[in-house]
Each structure stands twice: as structure tokens, then as C-alpha cells.
Design a binder for this molecule. Structure first.
Ligand SMILES: [Zn+2]
Length: 440
């Protein structure tokens, strides 16, 4: 069981290799019933398998590969006690039948997870909401492949992460089956259900589409008119887009903030409103496909590696969208941060502060400072090496430091490596806001 305050859920004793979810959902009554099959690898000798599942009622549990003595479901923990211990490396097939009315789980960061919409449902689980809709090992470092089958009324469009492999209509309901081959953290697993129309945005460098309610179609088309260019530009800077496709969902309801899922971003109706929509959110969410979804954090302590890059992507795209250039934005934000409390350490912000805006903005500033110190070529070579080397893997701030050091030494020798190490110490380990290096 976890004792890391950044990572309150899940278990380091197991690795779930694959989730097979067979779900049926009634939109009008928000009723979810289903079976989850989990292929679980023991990482240590185990007497029990502990999974996260909040709010739903367990109807039956079975285990293959070991003998189940009994199970208990208390609070948000589903505990499967085994009759005899299994050894590290052993594989178990766990099947859980469950049902109920899913709702977001409360957390230190607000309620997260499955959420009923006015006419549909969404999943927005970051950081610990996945247990609101399926039994899982809810920690960012534990990544699995998925098969997600959802049956609901045929009037609704169902999106899950991965590729749509089957869609079968029968007696007023439709079953949608998605397969995810990329290793995916539980918080990035998602289901989106609504009366959506599908709009094709661009085919290159990967297929991009939007799911929108009919009433938002025009505004979404305006907001996303240059989406193909955006993906191409971020792929040029960050390396190839890491998944097979990208889908933006616009819900009929307003949402407080957009949220990323694997190969998917979810926005509210308010985010596409020409009056108060915020275009910078589009590159931000897209950037998470590289930073967070493909290269993912080992624990939430390292979230600046996700949010710093996503925020920096906003600044990188800004001049292309007719806004200020990247350096000007960085200097504006540096001034604003200089007026705030300097009591936050990027590499260890404290669990309560992982979504503090200073993590986002100072994270982006640290990257900009690094770019000014390394130079254009070496900085973007480092970024592309980062997304390539750690694709599908979990990272820590130490991994980033080490790779930055490598690229600094390669491009500028020992002296530059030292300068970069000092720069990262100042930006990542100390609360005081360092000055931005002069513009190159
Ligand atoms: Zn973000």
C-alpha cells in the first residue's frame, strides 16, 4: 500500500497489465453496471490484492491463478484476500462484477472521476478519480492496455480511449468497443457519452477530429480552424505525436477546466464560446499527449514535467495565433510571479500544491530559462530526446536533470553542463524566483 503523500491511491505491490471493461450505462438514471477483468502481475510476494473502487457496489469477484479466500470492499478499497501467497512475478486474472450510480470521488484536489452531464456523462479522473468507474490500481506509474466496451442508448455517441474496433446496434442500444494498445495510466482512461456529431479537423500528421453537440459546431470549427497546423508545429518541436489519433470533445455543459485523457482532450461549452473561450487551452491540452500521457510522471510530485511543458506549449504557439512571442510571454509571467509568494519548490511542491498555477507558470519559465542557456538547437534536441527515450515510461525530475546534463555536455562541454546544473537547482529546488537569462 502506498505511503507516498503524493500518491495516496493504488499499490506498488502489483502491476495491472491489462483492463478488460464490459460496461452498460443508462444515461437517464446514471446507472452503470459491468464487469472488469484485470490481468494483475504480482511485484512482490502477496497475500492480498488491493484495488481502488469508490462508491460502486461489488456483486461478485473471481480470481484465476490463485485461490481467493474472501474479499472485502470498504471505503474506496477492494481487498482480495488470497488463500495462499503468490510469488513475485505471478500472474492473476481478477474479475469484478459491479454496479451502481457512479459519481466523482472527493479528493484534496476537488471531486474527480465519472461525472453525470445534463444529457450524457464524462470521465475526468486526474489525479485519483479512476476508481469512480472501474476497479483499478490508481497511480500514474502503473500503466496498462485496455479494452473498453460500453453499451448505452443508441441516441448517444460513446468515445473511449484507443481505437474503435466494433460498434453494434441492437434493440435500441449500441455497444461501442475500443482497444487501447498504448500503456495508459488509469487516470487517463476515459469514457465520454453525449449527443455528439463528429467533425474531421485534419488528417495530418495524425487524424484529428472533434466531437461536438450540434449547437457548438460552428464555434468549434472556428476555434479549431488551424488545428492541423498546431499538431504539425508541436510535432516539429516535440517529436512525433505519440498516439494514433487525437480527439477533442466539447460537452454541452460548461466545465471548470479542460482535461486530458489518452489521445483525447475534453473541453466545456464555455471553452469554445467566442466571447470568453480561451484559445491557449487548445495547445495546452494537446501538449499533454507528449507530456503526461506518453511520458508520464512516476508520482504526482513531478507534475511540473507535465504542466510546465503544457504551459510552455501555449507560449510556443502564441505567435502563430497572432499573440505575443514566446520570450515576451515568459517575461510577462516572470514579472507576475515575482509579485507572488516565493514559497513553492517545483521539484517538491507538496501534494496540496500540485495544481497550483505557480507550478504551471514557473515550470514553463524553467524550460524557457533552460532554452536560453542551452540554445535553440540543443534545447529542442533535448525535448525530442525526452519524448522519444521515455515514451510509454514513467519519469522523475531526476531523469530530466540527467538528460538535460547530457545534452548540455554534448553541446557545450563541462562548462555548459555545470551552468545547466546550477540553473536547474535554482529553478527546481529553491523557492526564490531566479532571474530569466537575457534573450539569446
Ligand atoms: Zn495541464
Amino acid at each position: 500500500m502506498s505511503t507516498d503523500p503524493y500518491d495516496p491511491h493504488g499499490s506498488g505491490d502489483i502491476h495491472v497489465e491489462h483492463y478488460d471493461l464490459d460496461l452498460s450505462y443508462r444515461v437517464a438514471s446514471n446507472r452503470l453496471a459491468g464487469t472488469a477483468g484485470l490481468r494483475v502481475r504480482a511485484l512482490t510476494d502477496l497475500r492480498a490484492v488491493v484495488l481502488d473502487l469508490a462508491g460502486l457496489r461489488v456483486k461478485a469477484v473471481s480470481v484465476a491463478g490463485a485461490e481467493l479466500a474472501r474479499y472485502s470492499h470498504r471505503g474506496d478499497r477492494l481487498r482480495l484476500r488470497l488463500a495462499a501467497p503468490v510469488a513475485a512475478g505471478d500472474l492473476l486474472e481478477v474479475s469484478v462484477r459491479y454496479e451502481g450510480h457512479p459519481e466523482p470521488v472527493p479528493s484534496a484536489w476537488g471531486t474527480v472521476g465519472w461525472e453525470e452531464l445534463t444529457d450524457g456523462a464524462l470521465v475526468a479522473s486526474q489525479p485519483i478519480g479512476a476508481s469512480s468507474w472501474f476497479p483499478c490500481n490508481d497511480r500514474p506509474a502503473d500503466r496498462a492496455t485496455y479494452r473498453t466496451a460500453v453499451t448505452t442508448e443508441s441516441a448517444y455517441h460513446v468515445l473511449a480511449h484507443g481505437q474503435l474496433v466494433a460498434r453494434t446496434a441492437r434493440a435500441g442500444t449500441t455497444t461501442w468497443v475500443y482497444e487501447e494498445r498504448h500503456p495508459t495510466a488509469a487516470y487517463l482512461a476515459t469514457v465520454q457519452i453525449g449527443r455528439y456529431q463528429e467533425v474531421t479537423l485534419a488528417d495530418r500528421p495524425v487524424p484529428q477530429r472533434a466531437l461536438v453537440p450540434a449547437a457548438l459546431r460552428k464555434d468549434a470549427a472556428r476555434l479549431l480552424a488551424r488545428h492541423g497546423e498546431l499538431v504539425a508545429e508541436l510535432a516539429r518541436l516535440f517529436g512525433p505525436y505519440p498516439f494514433d489519433a487525437y480527439t477533442l470533445v466539447f460537452t454541452d455543459d460548461d466545465l471548470e477546466i479542460p482535461v486530458e485523457a489518452q489521445g483525447i482532450s475534453v473541453f466545456g461549452a464555455n471553452h469554445v464560446d467566442p466571447a470568453d473561450g480561451d484559445e491557449r487551452l487548445v495547445p495546452h491540452e494537446l501538449a499533454h499527449q507528449w507530456f503526461g500521457n506518453s511520458v508520464s510522471v512516476a508520482t504526482w510530485q513531478h507534475i511540473w514535467l507535465n504542466e510546465g511543458f503544457a504551459c510552455y506549449a501555449e507560449w510556443l504557439w502564441s505567435p502563430h495565433a497572432g499573440g505575443p512571442d514566446t520570450d515576451a510571454l515568459a517575461r510577462t509571467w516572470h514579472e507576475r510571479l515575482a509579485g507572488l509568494d516565493e514559497d513553492l519548490v517545483l521539484a517538491d511542491p507538496g501534494p496540496e500544491n500540485i495544481f497550483d498555477d505557480r507550478v504551471y507558470k514557473r515550470g514553463a519559465l524553467a524550460l524557457h530559462a533552460l532554452r536560453l542557456t542551452l540554445g535553440e538547437e540543443a534545447f529542442f534536441a533535448l525535448v525530442r530526446d525526452w519524448t522519444d527515450r521515455f515514451a510509454g515510461r514513467s519519469v522523475t525530475t531526476a531523469d530530466f536533470r540527467a538528460l538535460a546534463g547530457e545534452h548540455a555536455a554534448r553541446s557545450g562541454g563541462e562548462r555548459r553542463a555545470e551552468a545547466v546544473a546550477d540553473l536547474l537547482t535554482a529553478w527546481l529546488d529553491r523557492p526564490e524566483l531566479p532571474p530569466l537569462p537575457a534573450r539569446a
